[in-house]
Design a protein around this ligand. Structure first.
Ligand code: ACO
Length: 258
């Protein structure tokens, strides 16, 4: 385990790395894994230090909920003991501070690995955005997804708006966010917010099976293909065709050099 990743407990996180699979667990079940700045910074630290040979990252929550979103005590005058308060927009560091929180999410798009959210129970607000930051979502049939921020007078600002629009389309994203309604597992499949829904006892096994299937392909080809696919939405067909040729040449050259 890299030195940077040894003390995550105080941030409410656990990390285990087994071969090429890293499992990140939100580990504050008594608060339904509610998130704080130290948890976001801890996630960013994991992202910055994850070993190069990791090919699958599983993000899961302990206890009945995947994640109940931001720790609501952050909005109280007392705040959360030991945590920095919510940055004031009047503070010149507001933008940097929020960017630091977002760094806890953005690393999950790294083409070096495939990220999988294993979601049971509630994924609300910041927690829903964490699930959206993963490449794939496997849901237990009791999963409940909700973009709660607008109901609390906030915008979702933890990098969830882009994947939400990419996945469900603009109209449905507007409807989901501006009503702050809850999507159950059945509807999540229809909206393509879940790749797979299984019963709660089957969740870990389904994620393990998916992980094994992902590891069955060539590592370099998998990484290059994820990068290629991730770039596709912003490319024209011609640009994407050129990107495919370039990626293939890079991949084959690297293989010949070995
Ligand atoms: N922040 C702080 N504490 C929380 C949070 C939270 N977001 N969510 C749950 N908890 C605490 C509860 O206060 C409770 O503490 P207690 O045992 O000391 O009373 C404990 O976790 C268990 O919560 P319950 O509500 O009893 O658990 P239940 O399983 O019945 O409900 C649920 C879970 C649906 C997640 C509910 O707790 C809830 O609605 N939480 C708030 C969700 C929310 O609005 N999050 C903010 C979204 S916006 C954003 O993330 C930016």
């Amino acid at each position: 385990m890299p030195a940077d990743l040894t003390d995550l407990t105080s941030a409410g996180l656990e990390l285990s790395i087994s071969g090429s699979v890293a499992t990140v667990t939100l580990a504050r079940p008594d608060r339904r894994n509610a998130m704080t700045p130290s948890m976001w910074h801890g996630l960013a630290r994991i992202g910055a230090s994850i070993p190069d040979d990791v090919r699958v990252v599983v993000v899961r929550g302990s206890g009945p909920s995947f994640c109940a979103g931001i720790d609501l005590r952050m909005f109280s005058a007392e705040g959360v003991p030991g945590e920095e308060g919510n940055p004031s927009p009047a503070d010149p560091r507001f933008d940097d501070s929020t960017a630091g929180f977002q760094a806890g999410y953005t690393w999950l798009r790294n083409p070096a690995f495939v990220s999988i959210a294993a979601v049971q129970g509630h994924a609300i607000g910041a927690g829903f955005q964490l699930a959206l930051s993963c490449d794939l979502r496997v849901l237990a049939d009791n999963a409940k997804l909700c973009m709660k921020e607008p109901a609390l007078g906030l915008v979702p600002d933890l990098t969830g708006t882009k994947p939400l629009v990419d996945i469900v389309g603009l109209a449905r994203a507007i409807e989901l966010c501006l009503t702050a309604r809850t999507v159950d597992a059945h509807e999540a499949v229809q909206l393509r917010l879940a790749e797979l829904v299984v019963s709660l006892p089957e969740l870990d096994g389904a994620v393990a099976d998916l992980t094994a299937a992902l590891l069955s392909t060539d590592a370099a080809a998998a990484r290059a293909t994820k990068a290629l696919l991730a770039g596709a939405p912003r490319n024209t067909l011609e640009q994407q065709a050129a990107a495919e040729r370039a990626a293939q040449a890079t991949l084959l050259r690297a293989r010949q050099a070995r």
